[in-house]
Design a protein around this ligand. Structure first.
Ligand code: SF4
Length: 362
């Protein structure tokens, strides 16, 4: 289903979610307005790896990421994309009374990191897997979105909903270094300035509670959401899982995760500063209990969501209450030259298949 509505401007008067009396521009409600029913995401693993794991930019991956499952030495044969989606749809349909459509969510690893012809093939497979699939969401890194990939997504967005989710995480390079992200915030700016306005949704994934970041630093990341004009945002608390460098440090007592109350207050502060037009796709993150080390409170997702709403109600504010319109509108920002690292561009521009994707089959 193509994107037809023009993007609302914060000065256009009350937005739909505000008229509905909501406190944030919540994703579920946004999808309901857009597609006329309940839309659920279904995760799919197409066998991608990551340039932060296979050595294209570095090895080892981010300190919080359990990337053993998509290391180049992976030998597990994945189910085909279409089979995974059909199984996922069946699971979701069993869980909820009424679901009207699905978004195929390319979630693990870096889902734009393959030859562009093969990306087209994999995204098409997902869109064709079931007539109820209304779109695709693609998780990636800021340094892995060359113009060739953005051109492909622009074409796809003419016939379907497409969301490109960038792991921005923070605007602070020292935090990105601490996470071993192996990209800078300049990479994020370059990517979003080339991706914006092409008809697909650009979403920023942000992590709150990075050790060394104080409240003011997290608010600088919040302000950047409006400056760069992201369409959507996903907020995550930093959490640690077994088998990761961060997990080891947490178990050794060297690093502490943010507390629940501080997190709730920080999320509300954050959401007050972003534009009211930004869609809020997520306000916390968690991992399966058997992998999660800390914080355990993040498993109580609905309670956290209620506490965020309660804090907004207590303050008498809502999303965007403290948003300051940037001096330069995001749409007026010039489109820069593509600065995708040569080592990544070489993989995406090549004609063959990356080793892991080769196992995917069609
Ligand atoms: S960039 Fe993403 S997929 Fe790659 S190691 Fe980091 S979190 Fe994991």
């Amino acid at each position: 289903m193509p994107e037809t509505e023009p993007k609302p401007h914060p000065d256009d008067g009350p937005l739909a979610w505000q008229q509905e009396g909501l406190l944030i521009n919540a994703f579920g409600r946004h999808l309901r307005r857009k597609f006329g029913g309940r839309i659920q995401r279904v995760s799919v693993d197409a066998g991608f790896t990551c340039p932060n794991v296979d050595g294209a930019v570095t090895t080892g991956g981010c300190n919080f990421c359990d990337n053993r499952s998509f290391s180049p030495s992976r030998r597990v044969r994945l189910q085909r994309v279409s089979e995974q989606l059909r199984a996922g749809i069946e699971r979701v349909t069993r869980r909820y009374d009424q679901v009207d459509g699905f978004i195929a969510y390319f979630q693990p690893a870096t889902n734009t990191y393959a030859p562009v012809g093969q990306l087209a093939e994999v995204y098409d497979l997902a869109l064709a897997a079931d007539p109820r699939i209304v779109g695709i969401a693609i998780g990636t890194r800021p340094d892995c979105a060359p113009d060739s990939v953005l051109d492909l997504l622009e074409r796809l967005a003419q016939r379907s909903m497409v969301s490109l989710e960038f792991g921005m995480q923070s605007v602070h390079d020292e935090s990105l270094r601490w996470m071993n992200r192996a990209h800078t915030h300049a990479d994020m700016i370059n990517a979003i300035d080339r991706a914006r306005g092409r008809g697909f949704e650009c979403c920023a994934h942000v992590i709150l509670g990075v050790p060394g970041e104080d409240h003011a630093m997290m608010m600088q990341t919040a302000d950047e959401v409006g400056v760069l004009g992201f369409d959507a945002i996903k907020l995550h608390n930093l959490y640690s899982v077994h088998g990761t460098p961060l997990g080891g440090e947490v178990l050794a007592g060297k690093v502490q995760m943010m507390g629940r109350e501080e997190y709730v207050n920080t999320v509300v502060d954050f959401l007050e500063r972003i534009p009211p037009t930004t869609i809020v796709e997520r306000v916390s993150g968690d991992a399966p209990p058997k992998f999660l080390i800390e914080p355990k409170w993040c498993l109580e997702k609905s309670a956290i969501r209620n506490e965020i709403d309660a804090e907004f109600a207590r303050r008498g504010t809502r999303q965007g209450a403290r948003f300051v319109t940037p001096a330069l509108a995001p749409s007026a920002r010039p489109r820069p030259q593509d600065t995708t690292p040569a080592s990544i561009a070489a993989q995406i521009d090549m004609r063959g298949r990356l080793p892991v994707l080769k196992m995917q089959g069609n």
